[in-house]
Ligand binder design. Structure first.
Ligand code: SF4
Length: 418
């Protein structure tokens, strides 16, 4: 059992909202469209986060709530119906339409599930309309993916077929590599959720064993379990050790011989450990403070301490699901301080008092901390970079090594008088 010190904190938060996850979800499922029902702020956020050119045909958009909608002068449900029909007339290739709620749509209480239900009846056979919330009132940015996947689960057909299901969006190349390893171990039926096309949903049932690739899928895991799937307990596939334990847990649940697992993984592990060496030199002994944002903080801290030798000052996490995190918590050093939730002012006070070498935080906090001479790493980079699996461990370590290297370079520079 872990001896970490678990604390809770509430107060002002400084995190991205769940709309952000549309950026990686729309790339994952190119036959889907994400229609945010929100304000101009929401439109700006998603547009700039995705960095889409104005002349591109993006697979997301915003149905902007105007003042008349917000003041209750127009029927927002009717307006939304009209926008959806126009969109589908213009983009007949859309197979799944996600209506994504936002802070404004929640405040004026637009019932997106009712809109989706009506549209599904009208548009049966043409498109599936689903809804979830990306609102920043209650969610952090990775929970957007959790909401989207949860919305897809009722569409998954039932089957008792034995299979391994990898759950959570991964870079395609990383996913191919992980599936290749399981195939070498003799597990031939390996599928992914979300799939690469929204209409190619895997079936689910009592023969499905789920390996979560991402730690922020609490609702998704609960719904998959309710459909009969078994959730395999394992650390998450970050770093050499975490990925090894994750693969071993999957193999064990299919009764794969231990010696085959070892023979398959050993060459990968020794190559990856060698590739990690230069980064360990740079990271070892450095003090790390993680502020809560992505829910990846605990597995990252486990990797950066256990494999790279960093000293953990505090691990902040927006939410702590002790069931999903059990295997990770057991791997942390005794008395590690984990703080669930956020009071950003108090956390920043602790950061300043502890003088960490590196702070992992949201983009909004990074610049002010850098201005105070504290090196930072944006936590959002972890969801846009291919960091999962044994082979990727050195790339993951490099992400944390780079800001320290930059800091050293800047420190050694002296300003020349002109
Ligand atoms: S959903 Fe809320 S937090 Fe996110 S961009 Fe819109 S208004 Fe801002």
């Amino acid at each position: 059992m872990s001896s970490a010190t678990l604390l809770k904190e509430t107060g002002p938060r400084e995190v991205f909202c769940g709309l952000t996850s549309i950026v990686w979800l729309h790339r994952r499922m190119p036959d889907a469209f994400f229609l945010v029902v929100g304000s101009r702020t929401c439109a700006h956020l998603i547009q700039s986060a995705a960095g889409v050119m104005i002349f591109a045909e993006p697979r997301f958009g915003t149905a902007i709530l105007e003042e008349r909608d917000l003041a209750g002068l127009a029927d927002a449900h009717d307006e939304l119906n009209r926008v959806v029909k126009n969109l589908l007339a213009r983009r007949p290739e859309i197979k799944t339409l996600f209506l994504v709620g936002s802070c404004p749509s929640e405040v004026i209480k637009i019932d997106l599930s009712r809109v989706a239900e009506k549209l599904n009846i009208e548009l049966k056979g043409q498109v599936t309309v689903l809804n979830y919330s990306g609102s920043g009132i209650e969610t952090t940015f990775t929970q957007g993916e959790d909401g989207a996947l949860k919305a897809l689960i009722p569409q998954m057909p039932s089957s008792k077929e034995n299979k391994l299901l990898l759950v959570g969006t991964l870079a395609n190349s990383v996913e191919d590599r992980l599936i290749g390893i399981f195939k070498k171990l003799g597990i031939n039926k390996v599928e992914s959720f979300p799939p690469r096309q929204s209409i190619e949903l895997p079936s689910i049932g009592s023969g499905t064993k789920v390996l979560l690739t991402q730690p922020y899928l609490t609702d998704t895991a609960r719904e998959l379990k309710a459909r009969g799937a078994e959730i395999i307990t394992a650390p998450f596939p970050l770093g050499v050790f975490g990925s090894q334990k994750w693969i071993e847990a999957g193999a064990k649940s299919f009764g794969v011989d231990k010696s085959l697992v070892q023979a398959t993984l050993d060459p990968l592990i020794s190559r990856a450990r060698k590739a990690l060496e230069p980064y360990i030199k740079n990271l070892s002994g450095k003090k790390l403070f993680l502020l809560p944002e992505s829910q990846l903080e605990i597995p990252l801290a486990r990797f950066l301490h256990g494999e790279c030798g960093m000293e953990l000052i505090e691990i902040g996490t927006p939410y702590l699901n002790k069931d999903l995190m059990q295997a990770e918590l057991e791997l942390l050093p005794p008395n590690t301080r984990i703080v669930e939730g956020q009071h950003v002012e108090k956390q920043l006070d602790r950061v300043r008092a502890e003088h960490p070498d590196l702070v992992v935080c949201g983009m909004g906090l990074a610049n002010p901390l850098e201005a105070e001479g504290i090196s930072t790493k944006w936590s959002i980079e972890m969801v846009f970079s291919p960091i999962h699996g044994i082979d990727q461990a050195s790339d993951l370590a490099e992400l944390f090594s780079r800001p320290l290297h930059r800091h050293n370079l800047l420190k050694s520079k002296t300003l020349q008088k002109v």
